[in-house]
Design a protein around this ligand. Structure first.
Ligand code: TYD
Length: 208
């Protein structure tokens, strides 16, 4: 039997776009097809990352923009080195909620930092690691906000940002997808979960 090669899929999009639902559906489909799937996320996909997640999402008061970008990059460096790369080397499928595109969109487009610098920082942190496929669940931030409100969970630091911030984040994601159309699959997150899942499967099928 030949060893299967690893496959790395990341999900991106604003808060409330439905990434977790789609990750669940994709995981179930790939597991049924006999693949070993590792589900993970950033920030917080490792033990060290868990501690960093607590700072970036729940620290009360400001975090200087460069410090925030470095915290996400530190989480990412440790996560890729200790969780993602080993799983890919074992031939597993890694389904990951958020990766460096989130940093570019949130810390770059959303805040005051230069998007290219944020991207370079993450690429340095991970020795250039990029996913095989990135699914962008694109959603109007007004609809996303209504979904989050309906969830009735307390907002984290980023979710609590104003609508204009989330509009800039969305534009950041779409610009990234346009610049790297081979890696990205952009889907309308207002569609039904099953329609979205079908489109994801159609794109992933030839890769597994
Ligand atoms: P997420 O885990 O998707 O939140 P939740 O558990 O509430 O679904 O992401 C947490 C927040 O972190 C989200 O608002 C986006 C933000 N974020 C960044 O600002 N930069 C990054 O590099 C990453 C990975 C996330």
């Amino acid at each position: 039997m030949t060893a299967r090669s690893g496959l790395w899929i990341t999900l991106e999009g604003g808060d409330g776009a439905g990434k977790t639902t789609q990750a669940n559906l994709l995981e179930a489909w790939l597991s049924d097809a006999g693949r070993t799937v590792l589900r993970t996320r950033e920030p917080g996909g490792s033990e060290v990352g868990h501690l960093i997640r607590d700072i970036v999402l729940h620290h009360r008061g400001d975090i200087a923009p460069r410090a925030e970008a470095l915290l996400y990059a530190a989480d990412r460096a440790h996560h890729v080195a200790t969780v993602v790369r080993p799983a890919l080397e074992r031939g597993e499928v890694v389904i990951q909620d958020r990766y460096l595109d989130s940093s570019v969109a949130y810390q770059g487009a959303g805040r005051v930092l230069d998007a290219d610098e944020v991207r370079e920082l993450s690429l340095w942190a991970t020795e250039g690691a990029l996913p095989d496929l990135t699914v962008l669940l694109d959603l109007d931030p007004t609809i996303a906000r209504a979904r989050l409100d309906a969830d009735d969970k307390p907002f984290d630091r980023l979710e609590a940002e104003k609508l204009e911030f989330h509009i800039r984040v969305r534009e950041g994601f779409l610009a990234l997808a346009e610049a790297d159309s081979d890696r990205f699959l952009v889907l309308d997150a207002a569609a039904s979960p099953s329609q979205i899942a079908e489109a994801v499967r159609a794109r992933v099928s030839p890769l597994v």
